[in-house]
Design a protein around this ligand. Sequence first.
Ligand SMILES: [Fe+2]
Length: 316
Amino acid sequence: MTTTPLREGSSEAPPQAAGGSRFAASTARIPASAGVGFKHAHLDAILSDPGPVGFLEVHAENYMGDGGFPHRALERVRRDFPLSLHGVCMSIGGPRPLSADHLDRFRALVERYEPALVSEHLAWSTHDEVFMNDLLPLPYTEETLGHVCAHVERMQDHIGRRILLENPSTYVVFDNSTMSETDFLREIVRRTGCGLLLDVNNVFVSATNHGFSPMSYLVDYPMEHVGEIHLAGHAVQEDDEGDPLLIDSHDAPVADAVWDLFSVVVRQCGPVPTLVEWDSDLPDWPVLRAEAEAADRILDEAARTFMMGKSHATGS
Ligand SMILES: [Fe+2]
């Protein structure tokens, strides 16, 4: 397991946005190693055979009830692992004010579990009083930028923590977008002081679906603000014209092309806490553990390459 470089959530100099952030990172430490999404079915296996897993991530909305087995399970693993709290229903990209109730429930989880990382999506999922079970894309315009930045600031103010914002996987683009996704993210960071969660699988899915190069996206992506990386499997389908259509399904091993992109990213920006997401068609623990091992091997290699590059650069 990679144990040295510590990033966002570390007590050792977490990365800051260009203008700095007035929100403290957690005092909890998180290693720049592999983590996995915590599923209750894996509880006993994770505790007895964690392998290289250095942290766990949970979806905040699964723990917004008062008690019961979910909280008992999370309290147990929290004793052994740093935690990343990942929101999926805040609807940061929606035009309406964020739900005060949802913000209160989210803050209660932050206070109860003291996660090292907190993240949400660049997406929307509510319309009027309806909550949809999807992370929907938004046009990248000055108007939506204003909504997103106001919502990121509202969330950070309410929970008292800096958040990481995740790039989406998308299946449509909007004619009225006036800026690229990477410029949109860069401007959110500049205005709000939030950090970024780079989902490499989402980049590959969107690039394939829209016919652009994932490398060109990554070259333009503001890597200096990345506090966490996501990896996941996707489903391969065809659209009505017979062109490849990738679905961000989180139900399969990470694809070879995504491993290759991940390797390029961490060689460039150094090791970062990296989560393997697997949310449906759950495998037995050894399969998910092997995915974490694969991520950890690449992080270890990146740590060596990155440190070597730094020592060459400084002449030490
Ligand atoms: Fe993700």
